[in-house]
Design a protein around this ligand. Structure first.
Ligand code: UGA
Length: 448
């Protein structure tokens, strides 16, 4: 039996998968509204397959939801901590949710005689477990780590949009522990859970496991900024396309083809936050992380690159123009707009007195919460681009791949299209009367 504290994206997805595959899971969260919604089958966010997995697990009783940590600790042997670790404004991570959860777990452990395993799944910088989690649990419970209870670090690599499949088939399990008994308990749990499909496992200490998570995300972010840098170079010269370059270098097995898609830059609740936290951590241990800073700078500069490309393609300043933005979420197949590059572009357009029309298949509601009536929202991409001076395509939603030049020509004031995400076939648009430009495409047919 296990409990999961923190029913955000990672906690809820993990709870749903474990319960769906027969584990008895107690999900805990302090947010009463969220708990009531989940219990009645209303998802706090969109994630493919999550609703179906949760519904069956709630119906068959494998998943129970409560606000009561004490009760959850007493009735389970393993507790996953999946509370958020948001950023302070200077980039450091805010551990207050984790501290609160650990305080409650520690207090509950006071009344428990059996050994209990605490699994840190929340993303935390190196040394957090040894310097905060362990001592706080010992202090609150009055018990000894490694003897009465154990702590392991078990970072999560699941992605939004494929969280259920990623949890069912992880590419790797990392277990960092300071005593082997605790590590063995979690290893055996996963071996029973995955059976013949047990993924590759790496056992290490807690500091290393904590840094693995950050190194993983920082490397992927750096790969994206690298290809965006090459894309920006491509835009300065003729007859070169970053997509051809990504395809070719991706064939080198030492590089690999994933995360080489040039675009408007990375967003979401993880990469920007984790990059900032790792930069701050590195500085705190007196190492200047120049490469990580370049990754961040390159990413932050992508909004300007896109707006400059729009001006160059329109042949005039963007200020005061009517602009259509297609795609608002930080990537396709999610309604999540946290750190979405589209939103950053919209802010800049508003600052430049533009009229902004937006469309997204899923993220309109979340965007409305941020911009209210400062921009106009459309359920239909064609109505969205009506009478606009320029359309910027920001997200690779499948339905955008079907867009045809005639649709822009028919609807827009002047058919100027910027494919910031490289969704469309450039040949089709360059050979039409759309004035077309795209990230990393080193030529355009300026017909204006
Ligand atoms: C990321 C990692 O991929 C997960 O392994 C990790 O567990 C998760 O963060 C986390 O730390 O919780 P996620 O943020 O859901 O997952 O999304 P990704 O699919 O990694 O995309 C991140 C951003 O990079 C998006 O804005 C995406 O559009 C962008 N991206 C991705 C590119 O611009 N180019 C690419 O080639 C790939």
């Amino acid at each position: 039996m296990l409990s999961i504290i923190g029913l955000g994206f990672v906690g809820l997805s993990t709870a749903a998968v474990l319960a769906h595959k027969g584990q008895k899971v107690t999900g805990v969260d302090i947010d009463e509204k969220r708990l009531t919604a989940i219990k009645s089958g209303v998802m706090p966010f969109y994630e493919p397959k999550l609703e179906e997995f949760l519904k069956t697990s709630l119906d068959n009783g494998n998943l129970q939801i409560t606000q009561n940590i004490e009760e959850a600790i007493q009735r389970t042997e393993i507790t996953f901590l999946t509370v958020g670790t948001p950023s302070y404004s200077d980039g450091r991570i805010n551990l207050s949710y984790l501290e609160n959860a650990i305080t409650s777990v520690g207090n509950a452990l006071k009344n428990k005689s059996d050994f209990h395993l605490v699994v840190v799944k929340s993303t935390v910088v190196p040394l957090t477990t040894t310097s905060m989690v362990l001592p706080l649990l010992e202090q609150k419970s009055g018990k000894k780590s490694g003897i009465d209870f154990g702590v392991v670090v078990n970072p999560e690599f699941l992605k939004e949009g494929s969280a259920i499949d990623d949890t069912l088939n992880p590419h790797l399990i990392v277990i960092g522990s300071s005593d082997s008994k605790s590590g063995n308990i979690l290893e055996n749990f996963y071996k029973r859970f995955y059976g013949n499909e047990m993924p590759e496992l790496i056992r290490t200490n807690t500091n290393t496991a904590e840094l693995i998570k950050y190194a993983n995300n920082a490397f992927l972010s750096t790969k994206i900024s690298f290809i965006n840098m090459i894309a920006n170079m491509c835009q300065q010269i003729s007859n070169v396309d970053v997509e051809d370059i990504a395809k070719a270098i991706g064939k080198d097995p030492r590089i690999g083809s994933q995360f080489l898609k040039a675009g408007p830059g990375f967003g979401g609740s993880c990469f920007p936050k984790d990059l900032n936290a790792l930069i701050k951590f590195s500085e705190s241990v007196k190492y200047e992380p120049t490469l990580l800073k370049a990754t961040r700078d390159t990413n932050e500069n992508q909004t300007s690159v896109i707006l400059n490309l729009a001006e160059k393609t329109m042949g005039t300043v963007i200020s005061g123009k009517k602009i259509a933005i297609l795609g608002l979420s930080f990537k396709k197949d999610t309604d999540d707009v946290r750190e979405s590059v589209s939103l950053k572009i919209i802010k800049k357009l508003i600052d430049q007195s533009c009229m902004v029309n937006v469309h997204d298949p899923m993220a309109l509601n979340n965007t409305k919460k941020i911009f209210s009536d400062n921009i106009s929202y459309f359920d239909d991409p064609f109505v969205c681009m009506n009478d606009c001076d320029c359309c910027i395509l920001m997200v690779d939603w499948d339905k955008y791949k079907l867009l045809e030049p005639e649709q822009f020509i028919k609807k827009m004031k002047k058919p100027v299209l910027i494919d910031a995400r490289r969704v469309l076939d450039p040949n089709k648009f360059i050979n039409s009367s759309v004035t077309f430009a795209a990230t990393g495409l080193g030529f355009y047919n300026n017909k204006t």
